[in-house]
Design a protein around this ligand. Sequence first.
Ligand SMILES: [Zn+2]
Length: 223
Amino acid sequence: MSSQPLHAASVYTEAELKAAVEAAENWNTYVAVHAYTPRAVQMAIRSGVKSIEHGQLIDEETARMISEKGVWLSMQPFLDDEDANPYLEGSPNRESQLLVSRGTDNAYNLAKRYNLKTAWGTDNLYSARGATRQGAKLAKMVRCWYTPAEVLKMATSTNAELLVLSEPRNLYPGKLGVVEAGALADLLLVDGDPVANIQLIEDPERNFLVVMKNGVIYTNLLG
Ligand SMILES: [Zn+2]
């Protein structure tokens, strides 16, 4: 365990995680955990957890286990760049951040090699600026790992497959992740072709002409 930073601790015991999974299943839903290290991820999977949020420090053995158990990996590009949380140089948080940033490339490569069920997730929603950067973060994935079509699919129809795991407790009953009659109409109209130019989604204020959620139009720049 010497390769782990000191505070990369596991918060729960395996018995506690199993109890949480059992309680969630009794409640007709499932458990997702926020975990980075192989130890934490493997413990979660052994406990019956269905979705790993983050996972940037996984190794090959853990990727195989995720694949075998059909567990979801809900990741995001935590890189040492303009979107990184500011931490004091040399502080434990900064050390962890650098470790996670270096792990991100490895984790996405493993996710691709083992064809893991990979969702686009985030819990960076707590600042006004962070919220505006979601499209830019998604577009970043194209620099290193995916095609524009792959990231757009990941954030839409693939994410929908993960969200419906919470049925019948799904807060948005109705078909998710498809465009068809009777489905929940969460739609964006982009001024251009994001498959050809993924940068369009970096600036939603400018390039998203229509934003519709559940059939209600919230933004309409078409006049
Ligand atoms: Zn988290």
